[in-house]
Write a protein that binds this ligand. Structure first.
Ligand code: ZN
Ligand code: ZN
Length: 336
């Protein structure tokens, strides 16, 4: 049923073994975009996706028990914002703009720290996340794109299936053939391989650190549970769906100011909650730009943090499209 050499692979397979098995696959085999993963990997992905949903139910239960949303205190809200920002910027600054697209340079300890923080978002191991995203840019909205909403046929049913696939369904599909070919830079970095392999440790720290902090703050197990839910599982749930909305919503709804070989859009609402990633048409038009919100009014908190990092030497050589390059790709307003 599965390609020879890939069957035993799962999310805890070290990246080099995964890449070796990937390289050994028969490229003549038909595309397997929508075929399911090996069982072990499916179980891990199921837990990664459904576990945080349990956090949502936990949050509702906690609110219910405390009789109303007003009973959430600042400690929970601050914990959640801090953890959302740490893991979120780990993904947007680290996984995405730095490690996938090399939109700027950062000192090595900073690169590794960002990879660890991004892992706490529980969106999959760093190297596979990056490989998947590089493939998304190579084949955006064409055959071989791991999570396009546009490859499922015509009609409402096909649209809904495509949207589901782009949002979360793709997490349960096996990897694209030859996915690991695009990541030699990461496979050559021993520290990055170690961070990748310790994925579940970072996810665990991201869940239990806020639990311990609030447990100590409130001196109670109830505080521990509160930190686990708000700073851990619910935070992961929200961040996952925000990130996945960039794949689904931002390839369907929004404005397309720039010419790009796909259906990517700028979506204001997604941009705000996704820390600037929702300026997705800008990003597909200029993938190596450190800044996604290219207009002054396009709020891009990730870029603001990168800019602040550059002032204290934690980021350098920020790449940005020139005015002429932007002008050249601009579509007439009527096509929006
Ligand atoms: Zn995209
Ligand atoms: Zn990208």
């Amino acid at each position: 049923m599965f390609a020879k050499g890939l069957a035993p692979l799962d999310l805890i397979t070290p990246a080099r073994a995964w890449a070796a098995a990937d390289a050994a696959t028969d490229l003549a085999e038909p595309a397997r975009t929508r075929r399911l993963m090996p069982p072990v990997q499916s179980v891990v992905m199921f837990l990664s996706v459904v576990g945080p949903f349990v956090g949502l139910l936990g949050a509702i239960a906690l609110l219910w028990h405390r009789q109303g949303a007003a009973s959430i205190g600042w400690p929970e809200i601050i914990t959640m914002i801090v953890m959302y920002s740490l893991a979120g910027f780990g993904v947007t600054i680290g996984f995405h703009r730095l490690l996938t697209h090399r939109a700027f340079e950062a000192p090595r300890p900073m690169r590794l720290l960002l990879a660890i923080l991004g892992s706490m978002a529980a969106q999959g191991m760093a190297i596979r996340w990056i490989a998947t995203h590089r493939r998304h840019h190579q084949l955006s909205d064409r055959d071989g794109d791991p999570h396009s909403p546009h490859l499922h046929g015509e009609g409402l049913g096909a649209f809904l299936r495509g949207f589901w696939h782009a949002h979360v369904g793709w997490c349960f599909c096996r990897d694209e053939v030859d996915l690991a070919r695009s990541i030699p830079d990461l496979l050559a970095d021993r520290a990055m391989l170690l961070i990748d392999q310790l994925y579940f440790l970072w996810v665990g720290i991201g869940i239990f650190a806020p639990a311990i902090v609030l447990g100590l703050y409130f001196h109670s197990w109830r505080g521990f549970a509160s930190g686990l839910v708000w700073g851990g599982l619910l935070r992961i749930f929200l961040m996952q769906h925000v990130t996945w909305s960039v794949n689904s919503v931002c390839h369907v709804w929004g404005k397309r100011p720039f010419r790009s070989a796909d259906h990517s859009t700028n979506n204001f609402a997604v941009a705000i909650v996704s820390l600037g990633e929702g300026w997705h048409n800008n990003h597909h038009a200029f993938p190596t730009s450190a800044r996604h919100g290219l207009k002054w009014w396009q709020f891009d908190s990730t870029y603001l943090v990168i800019k602040a990092m550059s002032w204290i030497g934690l980021a350098s050589n920020l790449r940005m499209p020139s005015e002429a390059a932007m002008e050249a790709k601009l579509l007439p307003p009527t096509t929006n």
